[in-house]
Design a protein around this ligand. Sequence first.
Ligand SMILES: Cc1cc2nc3c(=O)[nH]c(=O)nc-3n(C[C@H](O)[C@H](O)[C@H](O)COP(=O)(O)OP(=O)(O)OC[C@H]3O[C@@H](n4cnc5c(N)ncnc54)[C@H](O)[C@@H]3O)c2cc1C
Ligand code: SF4
Ligand code: SF4
Ligand code: SF4
Length: 754
Amino acid sequence: MAFFQTLSAPFNAYMQWLHLRWPAGTPEALPVVGQDGATSIPGLRIAGDLLGVPLLKFAADSGARAVQAFIAEHAFNDSQNSEILDLAIIGGGVAGLSAALEAQKAGLKFVVYEASEPFSTIVNFTNGKPIFTYPKAMQPAGDVELTATNKEELLAELRAQADKAQVLFENKRIDHVQRKSGELEICFTDKTPAVKAKRVLICTGRSGDYHKLNVPGEELEKVHNRLFDPKDYTSKKVLVVGGGDSALETAISLKQAGSVVQLSYRGAEFTRPKPENIQTAQRVLGDDILFESTVSRIEPDKVVLKTQQGEQDLPNEAVFVCLGREAPVDFFQRSGLEVHGLWTAKKIAGFALAFLTILFIYRWKKSNSEVSNWFYQQHWFPYNLDFSAWHETGSAVTKLLFEHLASPGFYYELAYCLVVLVFGIKRILRYKTPYIRWQTISLMSFQIIPLFLLPNFILPLLGQAGAFDSEAGAWLADQLFPLIPGTEIREYWRSVGFILAWPLFVWNVFTPTPNALWLAIAMFQTFVLIPWLVIRYGKGAYCGWICSCGALAETLGDAHRAKMPHGKFWNKLNMSGQVILAFAIALLILRITAWVLHGTSLGETIESMFNLGFTGLSLLGIPLNYATVVDYFLAGIIGLGLYFHFSGRTWCRFFCPLAALMHIYARFSRFRIFTEKEKCISCNACTAICHQGIDIMNFANKGAAMEDPECVRCSACVYTCPTGVLSFGRLGADGTIIPDSLPASPVLMRETAK
Ligand SMILES: Cc1cc2nc3c(=O)[nH]c(=O)nc-3n(C[C@H](O)[C@H](O)[C@H](O)COP(=O)(O)OP(=O)(O)OC[C@H]3O[C@@H](n4cnc5c(N)ncnc54)[C@H](O)[C@@H]3O)c2cc1C
Ligand code: SF4
Ligand code: SF4
Ligand code: SF4
């Protein structure tokens, strides 16, 4: 055991240094939503806290925007059925009120269904609780006004607005929503007849169960999840458990009402609460904040805490467990809504289908595979196409095109470019920041010009025009695009090596005989150009602006970012890329050594070892060599097969050997995502959207600059952050911050425009 520990120590130290030192928090299970709260169920949108940002202003903003989006839908305006509701709003909180005001303004027939009482979340706040209306500069859409500074004022302000607009709340709990014959049905828990509506807006907040401690004694009567009136606990010995705003606010209120309060938090410092709450808690509680402590058990007259110093008994009369609430996942599932990270039978079936489709496409486009041979024998597409008549008369370009149209691989490449183009334009139109505009244009351009047009059209046409006939031209072409033995056809496909570097694209380096020019180009890219780029601008300069996999992930993959799993296990899996990189480096050493020792028996042995590792090795008929496992299976089939269920960056995050190499360079990079701690509301929206699995919130709420080498500079976190905490930049040689010149945060753009 000790031997293995000693043996693994350097690897563990390396993994810590490279990546595992970074935080690995996980986002909450929330429903999958698109723009303005749209869901996978037509006509059903979500607003308020369920979108991931638990703030009053965002609740108001999203409620109004969702109704505006409904009204803008053609199908909604064309719908003639006046018998049913135009809109059913589920949940009478701030988002529900904002939606109701908007619906009323538009003259819609609507009802707000509320399970307990209007604004019940706020009613349940501790009496006298101060209200912080962040972000201060934000002006939410819609008409809800939020000027109050404590709970009572806020309730009065909201009720007055509801009364003035005569918004009626119907006291009903919704069990689920279902879609039948093109209409939505709202089904109640009391089994009264379902109500039909053209559109439904879910604004139920995080009304699921409270998070639990899961310790003995939690069921005792003295254990509560929320505090109504702190005066009830004057002079009592109370323990508050938690490290968020609600824990701190509970502890502060109790202390101010004369309780003997201690606050237990498992972390070493507070990172999530608002700065005002941290300052007040530190002032009023002082040493009664017990950091790095966890509750072991609760007994009638005491609580046993586990601390750094061992177990400690605290005399106790009441416990408040303030760990927040889960989103009502059951409700979403009953309503057929997709929830991040949850697998249903339908999702598993969809995943299997997507995977098999990609597998089929890959076998179809691969020459000499069982599928392509079968298609060829049956004269199925594209082997049934006959362009011979056109061939006689067409121009050089059309002749070339017809040659390509006979090959399945060409359709794959064409489809890839079209998808990048179409989804790229969609991305530019959707996210209106200069960063996204130029990044997407760059990705589309690299994909279409040097990776598609150059090998398929530009180079072959230059060849036909005689560009490679002169002595110098022929030498260059022979080096870069040698003739396929026995033919007059040049390997123009090798030109993708101008953009895709070794060890992502290995075919220009792992050649049977040395190709000095490609070797020089590849080594220059991999060991000079890319390190310079990464050290100056971050790994994302290549992965987010140039590479073809990045092009697809940032365009087609845009809608699937939040599907990337987060957490410690997945962060460890990131290290797979290092194993593949080691394999690629071993092959490179074998390859070069075999060339150097060519003609000797040792050279022959090394050559066969290289061939085995690169293309030859298989076990029980299963290929276990680099070309099949890494280049074909992981990069192609796994990378695309998992696209719609694990995000578009599966290959990039876990397996890409070039990324693994760039992670080493990135440890010396000056690129950072800078954070403004005081603006961070710990909403976790940035972590949830990161398709490289980075726990960006954990940098932001500590005020630390994000330097996780995994970052591909996609800008999704910077764009999504509701308070403009995050910005791209790099550290100058003297430690000063040099911000990126391209704005990437709409919040910061609005603030600087003022
Ligand atoms: C302790 C605490 C302190 C906070 N402090 C602040 C602060 O200082 N500043 C700030 O900006 N934000 C604060 N917030 C966040 C803020 O309260 C929320 O962002 C806001 O209330 C969300 O509004 P909502 O309409 O999305 O949901 P909610 O206000 O939670 O409303 C949801 C409503 O839906 C109803 N409902 C649930 N399920 C059903 C169902 N099945 N059928 C019918 N009705 C249903 C509920 O009864 C509830 O009334 C705080 C939150 C908490 C918990
Ligand atoms: S991780 Fe690899 S495949 Fe993905 S974008 Fe970067 S270099 Fe390309
Ligand atoms: S820019 Fe943000 S979202 Fe994108 S990879 Fe980097 S940390 Fe993740
Ligand atoms: S950085 Fe922004 S998105 Fe991330 S947790 Fe903080 S406020 Fe939320």
